[in-house]
Design a protein around this ligand. Structure first.
Ligand code: CP
Length: 310
């Protein structure tokens, strides 16, 4: 990358595999040395723009910025003037006041417009196609749990979504193997370039038989069957019912766990009784809450990296 060019985190596909692996190790260092980084962002501000709801992304970025000595401003899309004006103009204004922008946008194209206007790093806080910050915390959790990534087998069971696209990119960079059991994989949710790169590296496969897929995996991951913005949308009610009926045989439950020794992951929010049962979430096999906690360290590592802290 040329000197002085602003670095962003939009998708892992924009980063070299060695940079991603270094960032994971840096996040572990950040986690183990919380006090060391306490003043690194003193006097610096992050703008956090949300077009969709959030618990973890908002809390972990805001708490993370506080812990490293900076400040975070929460901007709700509908109560800011982003909803009235051109996204790139509003982004350019923001970047003249803050050191970094984190944005959760509905459409990936709008995130790219925001990035085009910004003079400071932009972090993708989850768009329709990617959720890189979540995937970083996921792989950080596996590395902390297992102390190695290469050769580790992760199996994702659910709908092909933004989290899956980011998992494909990051597992591929880390030499892990990702098996997808994704009965619903709409064309518009799949990013072909990401899949092709993983195929070239031989790090991805698909399986329709869930018991076969989970038999030898180390980690079993699931996610919501319905995207957050549609969950309570009456216009999506019929499609939601259809999805639930189709996906119910793929629920992660105690019966299914008899066929694997894998640890259980979920990026939250959880819809207990749908993609996973409450019993499994609270079982000894679950590392879901460690995974969610690790968002904090992943976020801090991303901010420190993008703003050039060694
Ligand atoms: N996993 C995740 O991004 O959580 P939130 O939607 O609550 O931020």
């Amino acid at each position: 990358m040329p000197m002085n060019e602003v670095r962003h985190l939009i998708t892992w596909n924009d980063w070299k595999p060695e940079e991603i692996r270094e960032l994971i190790d840096f996040a572990i260092f950040v986690k183990n040395n919380r006090v060391f980084f306490s003043g690194h962002m003193q006097g610096r501000t992050m703008a956090m723009l949300f077009q969709k709801t959030s618990t973890r992304t908002r809390v972990s970025f805001e708490a993370g910025m506080t812990e490293i000595g900076g400040h975070a401003i929460y901007l709700d899309w509908i109560s800011s003037n982003f909803m009235l004006s051109d996204i790139d103009f509003e982004a350019e204004y923001l970047s003249r006041n803050v050191s970094v922008i984190m944005a959760r946008m509905k459409k990936h194209e709008d995130l790219l417009i925001l990035k085009s206007g910004s003079k400071v790093p932009v972090i993708n806080g989850c768009c329709n196609l990617f959720h890189p910050c979540q995937a970083l915390a996921d792989i950080l959790t596996i590395k902390l749990d297992r102390n190695k990534l290469e050769g580790t087998h992760l199996c994702y069971v659910g709908v092909h979504n933004n989290v899956v696209n980011s998992l494909i990119g990051i597992t591929s960079a880390c030499g892990m193997h990702l098996t997808l059991v994704t009965p619903i994989a709409n064309k518009e949710s799949i990013v072909d370039s990401v899949v092709e790169k993983a195929k070239e590296r031989g790090t991805i496969s698909w399986e329709t038989d869930i018991r076969k897929a989970i038999k030898d995996c180390d980690y079993l991951y699931t996610d919501t069957w319905v995207d957050m913005e549609f969950f309570y949308d009456p216009a999506f009610a019929a499609a939601k019912k259809e999805r639930i009926e189709m996906m119910m045989p793929y629920q992660i439950n105690s019966e299914l766990l008899k066929y694997t020794k894998a640890k259980i992951m979920h990026d939250m929010p959880i819809h207990a009784g749908f993609e996973i049962t409450r019993e499994v979430v609270q079982s000894d096999r679950s590392i879901i809450f460690q995974q969610a906690e690790n968002r904090l360290d992943a976020q801090k590592a991303i901010i420190l990296k993008l703003l050039g802290t060694k």
